[in-house]
Ligand binder design. Structure first.
Ligand SMILES: [Zn+2]
Length: 125
């Protein structure tokens, strides 16, 4: 690997031990991407957030050789909890969040109601 590639590596793949740019990034070699909470937790443990890169690369070599990794259950649980507690990404519709759509709906509704009121007031006058 070239030095620039090594600099971009901040984690290793849970499945094959290949270096990748981030704990939750897709593996460039085996295309594994942590989806389940436990996989994410373990992937974070295999990133430079939790360990030094030279050590992780050694662990990566072990994974590449097919050696089974032993995770500290307490660590996995800790990260699983952290991941579960993290706010879920907001679902967006056409670039707007549900809350923004609600506000637009309220604004339009209020505008229509206001228009009716105005029309009603004019009829009364
Ligand atoms: Zn991989």
């Amino acid at each position: 690997m070239s030095p620039t590639v090594v600099l971009m590596i901040h984690a290793i793949c849970l499945k094959c031990g290949t270096g990748k740019i981030g704990a939750l990034a897709q593996c460039p070699k085996c295309a594994f991407k942590p989806e389940r909470t436990e996989e994410k937790a373990k992937s974070i443990l295999l990133s430079d957030r939790c360990a030094r890169m030279p050590m992780l690369l050694k662990v990566g070599e072990k994974i590449a050789r097919g050696e089974k990794l032993k995770f500290d259950e307490a660590d996995v649980h800790k990260w699983s909890d952290t991941i579960e507690a993290a706010p879920k990404p907001v679902v967006k519709h056409m670039g707007l969040t549900r809350r923004q759509w609600t506000l637009i709906g309220v604004a339009i509704g209020a505008g229509v109601a206001f228009g009716f009121c105005l029309a009603g007031a004019m009829l009364l006058m």
